[in-house]
Design a protein around this ligand. Structure first.
Ligand SMILES: [Zn+2]
Length: 280
């Protein structure tokens, strides 16, 4: 069983506004923005058994994929598609929306991204969302790392801030997207300290040296069992991601440097992520 814990849907125009699109193109000139649900279904499930489909709620950045859109889509094939909702912590009805995500839309988790939402992860608005997620037993997928989008500050994006959240909400399941890139040390330190904090390896294959460094650090700190397979589809496919992960094993950068055991990578690819997050 292979699970992709991190895939996106979203239409352009529609869910992605011009400001977000321009900033994306500055960073990735060839980026293809948006896609249909048919493209997602054919592409995201190619080479994996199940995938998580993320809503997004970041008006500050110009990227909003509604919870209903994701719920309707995953209802087409609930065996293979798992939906995560999203809330904007600054919205007055954020907690009611979380209740709706859980009880009405029957989504399995919640996506957050303070740097896209321009919100302080340790501020009262964000903490009340964390409190509700813990109470509702909804895992949190959090983009805690850098991005091309300039909605918020990098100071809101440090993985180390999640240490405080994990201390306050010890039953909350947290997945740090992209291993907190480029703040891998902070992400690994937080993952190591808390039994319910994980990190996904999505999108890291675009930077092979950084991917290798991140994995070596995870091996040396003994946390590779908390790394989950993810792609960031449509930006990367499962096949690309598996190939990229396998390409940094062994003597990938010559005999002088630490080697990553290919078995470590196979375990990441086959990790039972949904069971670990309590949504299997
Ligand atoms: Zn993503």
């Amino acid at each position: 069983m292979i699970v992709d814990i991190h895939t996106h849907v979203g239409e352009y125009p529609g869910h992605i506004d011009e400001r977000f699109a321009e900033q994306a193109r500055e960073a990735w000139p060839d980026v293809k923005l948006g896609g249909t649900l048919e493209e997602h279904y054919a592409g995201a499930l190619d080479g994996v058994d199940r995938c998580v489909v993320l809503a997004f709620n970041a008006p500050a950045a110009g990227f909003v994929v509604p919870n209903e859109y994701v719920a309707d889509y995953v209802a087409r094939d609930p065996e293979r598609l798992i939906g995560f909702g999203a809330v904007d912590p600054s919205a007055p009805d954020a907690i009611e929306e979380l209740e709706r995500i859980k009880h009405d839309l029957r989504l399995a988790g919640c996506k957050l991204g303070p740097i896209y939402q321009d919100v302080d992860p340790l501020g009262p608005e964000f903490l009340r969302v964390c409190e509700a997620l813990e109470r509702l037993e909804l895992p949190m997928m959090i983009h805690q790392g850098t991005t091309f989008a300039r909605a918020g500050s990098l100071l809101q994006a440090r993985p180390i801030l999640l240490d405080e959240i994990a201390l306050r909400f010890p039953e909350l399941r947290i997945v740090i997207a992209h291993m907190g890139h480029p703040f891998f040390e902070e992400a690994i330190a937080v993952v190591r300290r808390h039994p319910h904090v994980y990190a996904d390896v999505s999108a890291l294959v675009s930077r092979r040296w950084l991917l290798w460094n991140a994995l070596v650090q995870a091996v040396e700190y003994g946390v590779t069992d908390k790394l989950l397979f993810g792609t960031d589809f449509p930006f990367f496919t499962a096949r690309q991601t598996m190939e990229g992960l396998r390409s940094v094993t062994g003597q990938a950068f010559g005999p002088q440097l630490p080697e990553i055991d290919p078995e470590v990578v196979e375990e990441i690819i086959h990790r039972p992520a949904l069971e670990l997050l309590g949504i299997g």
